[in-house]
Design a protein around this ligand. Structure first.
Ligand SMILES: Cc1cc2nc3c(=O)[nH]c(=O)nc-3n(C[C@H](O)[C@H](O)[C@H](O)COP(=O)(O)O)c2cc1C
Length: 437
């Protein structure tokens, strides 16, 4: 069986106890060595050996309440930027994504860190551009509150424009280190940047030489109309949370249209949908594993996670009613419609939807034998639901070990996996297609 495109795989990591599944760290086989640099390097090697195209470090700057810290919800213990440098050192082919917020980090700082990482990784860097979620993060970053969404995205557009100017300002200038002539940088083509925006401005020279990719692969995960528009203009890789094939197809078709409206070819944007594989020796064993890991999620952390992400305290809402029967006032609170949309088809109660959010953010847990998991992924892929998958773990690093050992070889045999080539940049890698037969 062959395909005219490769199925792309990117692993989702976070420098804390959990990624999506708020109880992943509690699994008896999970390792919690988040402060050990070698552990991270070993995970990167496992993923590279297992033919993952990339990995990325999600991020969150702080937590809103001690329930999240106590119960091990979404917390990032370490700054992802230096960690990505360590992972680059341990690998040679895998793409490396890092999250940096345009709402909080000044553009020159972003541009310089990312140029540096692209240089030291040999052209394997991706920037997961986020505009951030909540006031809790704003407050630790010297702001009173999070600016409104439209303003955050306008600022993000300007920052991308400015960063692109920094990254192209060397214009062919380069480090020559000509001792005899006494020239260190050939400055003939170097031009200063002059940018005056509504939110950011800069003038002067950019001090870091061009990196192998020119600029990092732009990755994005916003879900609002403004977020999707931002992705259509800038992103090369989109990470999305969809509930089932029908939702995936709608999002995929819409994004490919939006990209075309910006005059870009649809294949310049890879759309990866999030899945949590749970693999068993038999279907029944896999289902038992799913029930077991999901049973470890605690209500407190589920409520706190929804509040952090969606800005809604669900504790006072009618939890045991079907989620889509909530009164209109409830639906207008924050982003509760995310939960409702995810819960509608399965007629989940609000309580069930909140628990589901704390396991997989309402994205599919793909459960079964390696063959069954591969079949399900193939159905999403062939059905034009996505260009590949963000794999989120329910055990660390067991999910990645099991997936690369058992599911990847099946997909490889079916012709979906890019064998990868050393020396290729991440951008070249993402655009590689199988040879025509
Ligand atoms: C799937 C997904 C993953 C995200 N990952 C992160 C993250 O790791 N760190 C972060 O600060 N924001 C993250 N975000 C937040 C978004 O990048 C964006 O800033 C936020 O969702 C607000 O934009 P929106 O209203 O368009 O969704 C994520 C959002 C989604 C939908």
């Amino acid at each position: 069986m062959t395909s005219d495109r490769y199925m792309r795989f990117v692993a989702m990591l976070m420098t804390g106890p959990t990624q999506h599944h708020t109880a992943a760290w509690r699994h008896p086989e999970s390792v919690n060595a988040q402060l050990d640099p070698q552990w991270w390097q070993e995970i990167a090697r496992t993923l590279e050996r297992g033919s993952f195209d990339g990995l990325f470090l999600a991020d969150t700057l702080t937590f809103g309440n001690t329930a999240i810290a106590d119960k091990g919800g979404q917390i990032a213990l370490l700054d992802p930027l230096p960690l990505i440098a360590l992972m680059a050192q341990a690998t040679s082919r895998i793409g490396l994504g890092v999250t940096v917020s345009t709402t909080f980090v000044p553009p020159y700082g972003i541009a310089r860190s990312l140029s540096t990482l692209d240089i030291i990784s040999g052209g394997r860097l991706a920037w997961n551009v986020v505009t951030s979620w909540n006031d809790v993060e704003a407050k630790v970053m010297s702001q009173e509150s999070l600016p409104p969404r439209e303003a955050r995205y306008q600022r993000a557009h300007e920052i991308l424009e400015l960063c692109m100017e920094f990254w192209s300002s060397w214009n062919g200038a380069r480090v020559v280190a000509d001792k005899e002539a006494g020239h260190f940088i050939d400055t003939s083509a170097l031009s200063p940047v002059a940018f005056e925006g509504e939110y950011v401005s800069a003038s002067g020279y950019y001090s870091t030489p061009p990196s192998p990719q020119g600029h990092p692969v732009i990755m994005q995960a916003g879900s609002s109309a403004a977020g999707r528009d931002f992705a259509a203009r800038w992103a090369e890789l989109v990470f999305t949370l969809q509930h089932d094939l029908e939702d995936m197809q709608a999002f995929y078709a819409e994004m490919k249209e939006r990209v075309a409206a910006y005059g870009r070819a649809p294949e310049e944007l890879s759309i990866l949908t999030s899945v949590d594989p749970i693999i068993g020796e038999t279907t029944e064993i896999a289902r038992e594993k799913q029930a077991y890991i999901n049973s470890l999620v605690e209500w407190d952390v589920a409520v706190a996670t929804v509040k952090n992400h969606l800005g809604v305290d669900v504790s006072d809402l009618p939890l045991d009613e079907p989620a889509d029967a909530l009164p209109d006032e409830a639906l207008s609170i924050g982003a509760l419609d995310v939960l409702v949309k995810g819960a509608r088809r399965e007629k989940l109660t609000l309580r069930e939807a909140v628990f589901r959010y704390a396991t997989s953010d309402l994205t599919p847990q793909v459960v079964g034998t390696p063959e069954e998991v591969a079949d399900q992924l193939e159905e999403y892929f062939r059905g034009d639901g996505c260009d590949g998958f963000i794999v989120t773990p329910t055990q660390m690093p067991g999910t990645f070990e099991a997936f690369t050992r058992s599911v990847m070889p099946i997909l490889q045999r079916r012709g979906f996996i890019d064998p990868g080539v050393n020396g290729r940049t991440f951008r070249q890698h993402l655009r590689a297609a199988p040879a025509a037969h």
